[in-house]
Design a protein around this ligand. Sequence first.
Ligand code: NAD
Length: 326
Amino acid sequence: MQRTALVCGAGGFIGGHLVKRLKAEGFWVRGVDLKEQEYGVSAADDFVLGDLREQSTIREVINIQFDEVYQLAADMGGAGYIFTGENDANVMHNSASINLNVVDQCHKLGIKRVFYSSSACMYPEHNQLDPNNPNCAEDSAYPANPDSEYGWEKLFSERLYLAYNRNFDMECRIARYHNIFGPEGTWDGGKEKAPAAICRKVAVAQDGGTIDVWGDGLQTRSFLYIDECVEGTIKLLRSDFEGPVNIGSEEMISINNLANMAISISGKSLKINNIAGPEGVRGRNSDNRLIMDRLGWAPNQSLRTGIEKTYHWIAAELMRKHSQAA
Ligand code: NAD
């Protein structure tokens, strides 16, 4: 019998890629999202435009015993959205409502395998003050002290899915994603993240010019290419390990060096202008010891390879936008 999957947040970046992958594996896939996929057309067999905060949508889309459910829908964005404080109530209310609804309807229908996408943003701020030595080991999560309400909601929802595992015999799987990037991710408009924002700024800049980078540029992060994220996600959902576990890269880089990488890929000569802006914690890196131990998995592509693909995709998008406007 054909296997079935539901992807919540299928119009988003990771959801769109995940649908493609599940289709390639032969699944019948239903996607649901508030909006259509931003780039290209969804590969889902059935794409429902709907709001997962609403019970009516939940009952409409979770109405069969899916073999796999991937819950990626969240009210989120880059640092410019999460850290200003202006979106805190929406972020918490919207994402918590989605998770409360999805897990409960899955339980009611006897669906066991539900993947939940948490985030490295749930790790305590005090372990991420040293840019050269951040601690993101899974067991460092408590005592909790995330630096944003986005992180607090992720922590709450992790516990929600784990409670359903304990009390209702479900097999929810939880990953803490660390900065996923790649083609078909948001690259302008304010919700884009650092790799896409930097690639766009470099692609737009005139040779010999400057690009603005938020903060002093010495803050560090690691970034995981989208294909590797999808691979890790599927592997986790189908495993007997509930998590929470990091899905990320251990190739840590400062934001200025990320900008230098994009500049070198562009072949342009550009200067970096560090300006005040929301920047989040000082340092963050994935710690992949647990996922290696439990699933034997680690990403294997270099950051530069992923940034090259992303830079060229964003440069092409800019050209396309430009020629449409002309
Ligand atoms: P995204 O914003 O591209 O996708 C999320 C999707 O959820 C969007 O298409 C949005 O329209 C949809 N959505 C929001 N509210 C909804 C609602 N009420 N009903 C239906 N759909 C709704 O984000 P993404 O980068 O694809 O991330 C997917 C998941 O992974 C999110 O839960 C995010 O918090 C988590 N995550 C992502 C990253 C990353 O670097 N991309 C890092 C950590 C965690």
